[in-house]
Design a binder for this molecule. Structure first.
Ligand SMILES: Nc1ncnc2c1ncn2[C@@H]1O[C@H](COP(=O)(O)OP(=O)(O)OP(=O)(O)O)[C@@H](O)[C@H]1O
Ligand SMILES: [Mg+2]
Length: 211
């Protein structure tokens, strides 16, 4: 069986990290043991530096433009894809990604309102046809998202955005997921157990379709 790239998407606190571990367990049970976990932005030395820069909030009130944000997340992504994800897949290792390019469509496209055409063009230029084999989109209301991240502690630059910013992101995620057969939407407002069952019901049949 060829190795695959599974991406996990959703708002802050949607359960991406929790779900990555669920996916890994399912793969293990299926006899797949060569697995790496990646996160975006991040996953290479440069990309992790870019992650810190993005989340940091101390620029002496300098406004980070929407395009600058898009270019930074895109730079982190292309580093990760070329230096980690593609080499892993080439040697037969499965990749479970905490966020991928759909995050740019949702956050920079939906949230920051950068044009869909521009984001698509940037993706095409930087990643070509590279895309996850399967994406799990964990759909959560912005209110529950905020509640979960607030309980966790200090908010980062993005998490401090107002609720309507996250509503725009969620709407974009939902719209794209509806039109793309490789994206599965999961109601992540429910308990961890229910989300886990949904993930099993998606991944197990999908694994059986892989030659
Ligand atoms: N379905 C759920 N119900 C209740 N709590 C949950 C659920 N899923 C995750 N949590 C809890 O919510 C918090 C955020 O979960 P997690 O870290 O998996 O989300 P995340 O999407 O990775 O967040 P981030 O975007 O900040 O990385 C954790 O404390 C986790 O235990
Ligand atoms: Mg996480």
């Amino acid at each position: 069986m060829n190795s695959k790239f599974i991406a996990i998407e959703g708002l802050e606190g949607a359960g991406k990290t929790t779900s990555s571990l669920v996916v890994a367990t399912i793969l293990h049970e299926y006899g797949i043991h060569n697995i790496i976990h990646t996160r975006e932005p991040g996953g290479t030395p440069l990309s992790e530096k870019l992650r810190q820069l993005l989340k940091n909030d101390t620029y002496h009130k300098e406004k980070i433009t929407h395009y600058a944000e898009l270019f930074v997340v895109s730079a982190a992504r292309v580093q990760l894809v070329e230096n980690v994800i593609k080499p892993a897949l080439a040697r037969g290792t499965w990749v479970i990604g905490d966020r991928h390019e759909l995050s740019s469509q949702a956050y920079q496209g939906g949230g920051r309102e950068i044009s869909h055409d521009f984001i698509r063009c940037l993706r095409k230029e930087t990643l070509g046809n590279f895309t996850p084999d399967l994406t799990l989109y964990l759909d959560i209301s912005p209110e529950i998202s905020l509640q979960r991240v607030t309980e966790r502690g200090q908010l980062d630059r993005i998490e401090k955005e107002p609720l309507h910013f996250f509503t725009k992101i969620r709407n974009k995620y939902l719209a794209i997921a509806k039109s793309d057969m490789t994206i599965y939407t999961i109601d992540a407002n429910r308990s961890k157990e229910k989300v886990k069952t949904d993930i099993e019901n998606i991944i197990n049949p999908w694994l059986r379709t892989i030659p």
